[in-house]
Design a protein around this ligand. Structure first.
Ligand SMILES: C[S@@+](CC[C@H](N)C(=O)[O-])C[C@H]1O[C@@H](n2cnc3c(N)ncnc32)[C@H](O)[C@@H]1O
Ligand code: SF4
Length: 383
């Protein structure tokens, strides 16, 4: 089998060109300076049962065993919010955490409700607390599910998740169970694993990819930790990592892909970190709601309440969204405080080009020969 170049594989799975499915919104923003978000990232809870040492969503104060700062999304508010945003034009919701989303007391119910309301739904989970109700709801409702595996066995799992051997085996069994239900119900959902590649865990990437293939997931996403300014402890060696990733690619088959953002690996080398945009427009298209109801321009700002654009607990989403304060905060983002590179680097560059161009969105696309991506499983309503 001929091997596809890395960039091509990366783009085939999580391409920024998906934004072209939402040209209406980009045009609206370009012409009028405002639009409604396409996608929502909602943290159901900051509570977590795991102890990943470098987690940016949960910490010692939000652990399952008595953390003082545990906060859940207000269920009644959430049930009003979902139809409200659907009516205004939202197209998808990712329930990804903060902490562990499956620990939210109404997790299965909220997945079913989101689907009933006509929004595409996805989940990012550590995969440790599945039960029948959770698995059924995910298989019935999600477009995609991503499980943070982060290891090839108990040894690396302890480093990555701070958890004992049993936890690793529980997660592996839960993935088997999930895939089994997906198959028996003949659902077209995408199930993937992911792996955070760090200085102490990189050796597990190949084994994790192999295990993921054996488990029958559709792909594994391997990526470095976010590099927040001043934090170098999760930095990886570029050459060594690229070699491991190349080796992982040998595991690809028709039904199993390896996905990794090459630029996020390359940019671990400080000299290669070059931002090709001056402003981030993404928060106008993708927004983030923390468990306490605060709305943030992006998930990287969720631990800083000074970046809150308003709170939806006692207000209609529409009122917070079209408030001048929300726009002001989005416009004032200091890129120097953002993770470099950002998870959405390519999306941001693409939006920058489309919005800053002198040409209309359609003319720009025609000039560049840009067409809608056609890959199977593109999940167009998720950015
Ligand atoms: C914060 S977790 C919440 C969901 C769930 N508990 C889980 O682990 O999948 C969401 C994703 O963020 C990733 N993550 C955690 N800390 C990170 C960091 N410092 N840099 C990049 N990604 C991180 C996790 O690996 C996970 O895939
Ligand atoms: S399982 Fe997820 S939320 Fe929990 S500590 Fe690990 S990365 Fe953070």
């Amino acid at each position: 089998m001929t091997k596809k170049p890395i960039e091509k594989v990366e783009k085939s799975i999580l391409t920024e060109k998906k934004l072209l499915f939402h040209k209406d919104r980009i045009k609206e923003f370009k012409e009028g300076g405002a639009t409604f978000p396409i996608a929502f990232d909602i943290d159901l809870t900051n509570l977590c049962n795991h102890r990943c040492p470098n987690c940016w969503g949960s910490n010692d104060k939000t652990r399952e065993d008595g953390g003082a700062d545990c906060t859940h999304q207000d269920f009644e508010r959430l049930k009003k919010l979902i139809p409200e945003i659907k009516k205004l034009g939202a197209r998808s919701i990712i329930y990804s955490g903060g902490g562990e989303p499956t620990l939210y007391p109404h997790f299965a119910e909220i997945l079913r409700y989101t689907k009933e309301q006509g929004l595409d739904t996805a989940v990012v989970t550590n995969g440790s607390v599945f039960n029948e109700e959770i698995i059924e709801a995910m298989v019935d409702c999600c477009t995609w599910i991503r499980i943070s595996l982060d290891a090839d066995g108990p040894e690396i799992y302890k480093i990555a998740h701070g958890m004992p051997s049993e936890s690793f085996f529980t997660v592996v069994n839960n993935i088997k169970h999930l895939i089994g239900r997906k198959k028996s119900k003949q659902k077209e959902i995408t199930v993937s694993t992911c792996f955070l590649i760090g200085p102490k865990t990189w050796k597990g990437a190949y084994g994790a990819a192999k295990l993921s293939r054996e488990l029958g997931v559709d792909y594994i996403r391997i990526r470095p930790y976010f590099q927040l300014p001043g934090n170098d402890k999760t930095k990886i060696e570029v050459d060594k990592t690229l070699k491991v990733l190349e080796k992982c690619k040998e595991l690809e088959t028709e039904n199993f892909k390896i996905s990794y953002p090459t630029y996020r690996v390359m940019w671990m080398d400080d000299k290669k970190r070059i931002r090709q945009y001056k402003k981030c427009y993404l928060p106008h298209f993708l927004t983030y709601i923390a468990p306490d109801g605060n709305l943030y321009p992006c998930c990287a700002m969720k631990n800083d309440t000074s970046k809150s654009m308003g709170n939806i607990k006692d207000k209609l989403f529409n009122d917070v969204w079209y408030d001048e304060n929300r726009k002001k905060i989005s416009d004032k983002i200091n890129l120097g405080e953002c993770p470099n590179p950002c998870n959405y680097e390519n999306h941001i560059k693409f939006l920058w080009d489309l919005i800053e161009s002198d040409k209309s969105v359609d003319d720009y696309c025609d000039e560049k020969g840009l067409k809608l991506p056609e890959q199977k499983g593109i999940h167009k309503n998720f950015l």
